[in-house]
Design a protein around this ligand. Structure first.
Ligand SMILES: Nc1ncnc2c1ncn2[C@@H]1O[C@H](COP(=O)(O)OP(=O)(O)OP(=O)(O)O)[C@@H](O)[C@H]1O
Ligand SMILES: [Mg+2]
Length: 500
């Protein structure tokens, strides 16, 4: 009996019927929904982006409405629950032993499930097509072995991001576009069960006292989990899937993220040890671009990478990968990105790559860039090259040193040589919309100059952006760094107003 109960727990969805008390984490009462929604930081979203998000949401809701009418889905859900119940009630000791073997016995487990599904269908009024039967067996084995409804989404390589907003709404990003998927969990308890399954092997947990967690799945995918009372829509999971093969510069050119001239120029910039900041909105492809830029670093350099969750995959051999650490349950033992940047300076790095600067570490990073660790790379959240400079100023002030604004600006302008602005545009593609040089200070302002730009001409009938990349034809001030590092670009490279 005890065995059956533990399997029952794994099946999750059974709770609806059984109403047995379980040890699952408690979920908030519905009145929690009255609490006001926390505000988004104003600077991370433009009005346009908010509008775009709204439109996407309306589109998705319309789709959800249509889906609610498809009773076929309901039939499948009913059957799944019935088969779950049967397995728990009727399973033989031999079958239990197979189930205990887990993933190693996936095929055998599928056979067992298939026997029970056939039995259930023979006795019930429902009939399923062959495809639907296979789907049913797949779904149930995913419940038992993997991450339940998330499993097929995780296995589908064309899905790059999975966003669970409570049990009934799972959005996915596919080919750069957000869509509502047609899978869902039974209820909050089922979703919490899967969350536990994600976290337990990692030795992490989430509950009312620590309701948010950042982690990585076994395959390297980045996961964020936030549960009630902080999330008002029920438990929310965001998974940034780890692509099996990291994108290369050729892929980015192929996707139209930049053109060949820009790629040649960026390669020269990395080799000439310029300090580069990749700026962009959330999910715009900053980390991917950072990874691609890092591929241009010579193999002779010693590289130290610093991230919250190690996402970068460098091809060089001489790389030290550092990862920050959150505080433990007693609120102690946190090692921040800032601590790691300070530590990296004592590790004799030729290059420091910081996955993302968000706060006080910006000061240490700028100081490093200004004191001989040139050729460093990082990213920051901002919507334009101008914005990212003021974001950096704010971050430096967050370091807690009472520095005059002018001193901060001077630091920023002398440390950063180049800004790449990246955007996810309406049609789902990612584009490097600006390559901007930071020239220095004039009075109290930082002077910048665009070297390349994406010019959108129109949106075609399929909603695709039609445009071209343009070289502004301007010679950057840092050409001396190219010469010092023996990097050459043909003199014709910067020819005024060329469409490239
Ligand atoms: N140039 C590109 N073209 C198409 N897809 C891309 C491109 N760059 C990144 N992607 C995809 O977009 C998703 C987000 O990429 P990435 O993690 O690099 O974004 P990010 O800006 O670092 O996001 P975050 O702000 O969450 O850290 C990934 O699934 C990635 O595969
Ligand atoms: Mg990132």
């Amino acid at each position: 009996m005890a065995r059956s109960l533990s399997l029952l727990e794994r099946l999750g969805g059974k709770t609806q019927q059984d109403k047995q008390p379980t040890e699952r984490p408690r979920l908030p009462k519905p009145e929690a929904k009255k609490t006001p929604t926390p505000q988004q930081p104003a600077e991370t979203y433009t009005e346009k982006q908010i509008q775009q998000e709204r439109e996407a949401h309306v589109e998705a809701s319309a789709f959800a409405g249509r889906r609610a009418l498809t009773s076929r889905n309901d039939v499948m859900q009913e059957l799944k629950l019935a088969v779950h119940r049967r397995i728990v009630d009727e399973m033989t000791p031999e079958e239990q032993q197979v189930l205990v073997r887990g993933e190693d016995a996936r095929d055998q487990i599928k056979n067992i499930i298939s026997v029970y599904s056939n039995r259930e269908m023979a006795e019930s009024a429902y009939t399923l097509s062959r495809g639907e039967r296979l789907q049913l067996v797949d779904d149930i084995s995913n419940e038992l072995l993997g991450l339940g409804p998330l499993e097929p989404l995780l296995q589908n390589d064309s899905i790059t991001e999975i966003m669970v907003n409570g049990p009934k709404q799972i959005f996915i990003e596919q080919k750069g576009k957000l869509k509502l998927s047609d899978v869902h969990f039974y209820d909050n308890a089922h979703l919490m069960n899967i969350i536990e399954r994600i976290l337990t092997p990692l030795g992490r947990r989430v509950d009312e006292s620590s309701p948010l967690v950042d982690a990585r799945l076994a395959d390297g995918s980045r996961v964020n989990i936030i549960i009630p009372p902080l999330s008002l829509v029920g438990p929310a999971i965001t998974i940034r899937k780890f692509s099996k093969k990291p994108l290369s510069i050729k892929d980015l050119i192929g996707f139209g993220t930049l053109n060949e001239d820009m790629a040649t120029f960026l390669e020269a910039c990395v080799k000439a040890r310029l300090n580069i900041l990749v700026s962009g909105g959330t999910g715009s492809g900053k980390t991917t671009t950072l990874n691609v830029l890092s591929s241009f670093i010579p193999h002779t350099d010693r590289i130290v990478t610093i991230e919250d969750a190690a996402e970068l995959r460098l091809q060089q051999i001489h790389v030290v990968t550092l990862e920050s650490r959150p505080a433990n349950l007693e609120g102690q033992g946190a090692i921040t990105i800032r601590d790691l940047v300070k530590n990296a300076l004592r590790m004799r790095p030729d290059r420091i790559i910081v996955g993302e600067v968000r706060a006080g570490e910006a000061l240490d990073m700028l100081q490093a860039m200004n004191t001989g660790h040139d050729g460093s790379l990082t990213t920051a959240h901002a919507n334009t090259p101008r914005d990212v400079l003021s974001r950096l100023e704010t971050m430096v002030l967050m370091a807690g040193m009472e520095l005059p604004v002018r001193a901060v600006r001077t630091q920023v302008s002398s440390a950063i040589d180049l800004i790449l602005q990246q955007s996810r545009i309406r049609d789902g593609t990612r584009k490097i919309t600006h390559i901007t040089e930071v020239q220095g200070m004039e009075g109290d302002t930082i002077v910048t100059q665009d070297l390349f730009r994406y010019v959108q001409e129109r949106i075609d009938e399929k909603g695709k952006s039609v445009g071209h990349y343009e070289s502004m034809g301007l010679m950057p001030n840092f050409m001396d760094k190219f010469q010092m590092n023996g990097i050459e670009l043909p003199p014709s490279f910067f020819t005024s107003g060329r469409k490239r």
